[in-house]
Design a binder for this molecule. Structure first.
Ligand SMILES: [Zn+2]
Length: 412
């Protein structure tokens, strides 16, 4: 019946489990942020005997997957400025990290462009460039080396902003990109010859607003470079249960989003689980084509990947997936009694998977990895049991995931 109950989420290193309580304000995203088509519920999380509900939707037009019910914008923006990557706020830590990053070499790898490709765009070196969500990446440094000295960036995390500012000598606005304060700062240096952003769009409250605002800061002929996770490579468990990835964009999602904001994609690359595009602003807005068929293919994919198409001899199972390799599934859970599931998870990640997937892991993660024990930071899991009943009808929500007590999601 494509329904099961999660009793525990098994978080790898660097991940935490967030209990979704009444204190977190929620709102509704009824439409695809890329082309405004209505989202269709394909999975529902239910907590506290069906009283709490989070719907996950898919866009039939582009294959976008994201939460229909999700924390409100202010909660998300506050999370990125205070919680995400927190715990490193001490002055000595910031100083040490600044030194570490200042010593690193620049890299264009996050936006999947070569030096030659950037230079061939012919952007004048007198113009300003803008990075959305600078985090800790080394793109500004690589661009500075090519002669682009006027770079500004924005990152809501205050201490990350400080580190980039000190390590790379660029101006970083420590605000959410879409905030009025940040936009006012950008307008002082706009239009930007190149706006770039790596692995940010999937975290933002409204990717539609991000691209619309980016377009307002550029002239026709200017460039936009974006990188984000490839929805076809990212594991179903992460797409569904990792809250900070509010959006999973397909290649069609991005095409619709960019074309409706007056951009034309001139390069599209997929590598190492990422998808990167380079777009040029033409100013010509295109209507999104009325394609369809993504609901059925997305549903079929998730059912197969989670392992809901199989019959199992045991009611209690360990649902697991590798974060970086194309494997996952369900195995018999040794016992429901805590901490046996944790012990099983640990032994699986350290010993059993190393033997079982030696070849596959070497193939997807490299030979070096295959020789080492599979570190438990590379697998994620959940202790699950078959659901005794459903709270939604299969028509309402083809997949149903119930939780013991509150709904729980992974975060960092
Ligand atoms: Zn869509």
């Amino acid at each position: 019946m494509n329904a099961f109950k999660i009793s525990r989420l098994l978080a790898p290193r660097y991940y935490k489990v967030l209990e979704i309580t009444k204190e977190i304000p929620f709102d509704v995203q009824p439409n695809c942020p890329c082309d405004r088509s209505p989202l269709k519920t394909f999975c529902t999380f239910l907590g506290n005997e069906g009283r709490d509900k989070i719907r996950v939707g898919v866009c039939d037009a582009c294959g976008y997957v994201g939460y229909i019910d999700r924390p409100a914008g202010d909660w998300i923006r506050n999370y990125y400025s205070t919680t995400w990557d927190a715990g490193e706020e001490s002055e000595s830590r910031i100083e040490a990290e600044t030194k570490e990053y200042a010593a690193k070499k620049g890299s264009l790898n996050p936006i999947k462009l070569t030096e030659e490709e950037v230079l061939n765009l012919g952007i004048s070196k007198d113009r300003y460039l803008l990075e959305i969500g600078s985090g800790r990446d080394l793109v500004p440094k690589a661009l500075a080396k090519l002669g682009y000295g006027k770079i500004m960036a924005v990152d809501p995390s205050k201490h990350r902003a400080r580190i980039s500012e000190q390590a790379f000598g660029i101006k970083v606005v420590a605000e959410p990109f879409e905030s009025e304060k940040a936009q006012a700062e950008f307008r002082k240096n706009a239009p930007f010859g190149l706006i770039f952003s790596s692995h940010v769009l999937e975290h933002t409250y409204d990717p539609g607003e991000i691209i619309r605002l980016a377009a307002s800061l550029q002239n026709n002929g200017d460039y936009l470079a974006l990188a984000f996770p490839n929805i076809h490579r990212e594991r179903a468990g992460i797409i569904l249960l990792f809250l900070p990835h509010l959006h999973s964009l397909s290649p069609d999602s991005l095409k619709n989003l960019l074309e409706s904001n007056g951009y034309e994609i001139i390069k599209s690359a997929r590598a190492e689980g990422n998808h990167a595009v380079l777009a040029k602003k033409t100013g010509e807005r295109k209507e999104s084509p009325a394609t369809s068929g993504h609901i059925q293919s997305t549903l079929a994919r998730f059912i197969k990947e989670i392992g809901l198409d199989k019959t199992y001899s045991s009611k209690s199972r360990l649902w697991w997936w590798f974060k970086y390799a194309n494997h996952g599934g369900q195995d018999t859970l040794w016992s429901k009694i805590w901490p046996i599931p944790l012990l099983q998870y640990y032994l699986y990640s350290k010993i059993i998977f190393r033997r079982r997937f030696k070849k596959e892991l070497a193939f997807s993660l490299g030979e070096k990895f295959a020789k080492k024990p599979v570190h438990y930071s590379t697998i994620m899991g959940a202790a699950i049991t078959d659901a005794e009943k459903r709270f939604t009808s299969p028509g309402e929500s083809p997949i149903e995931i119930q939780f013991d007590g509150n709904i729980k999601l992974f975060y960092k």
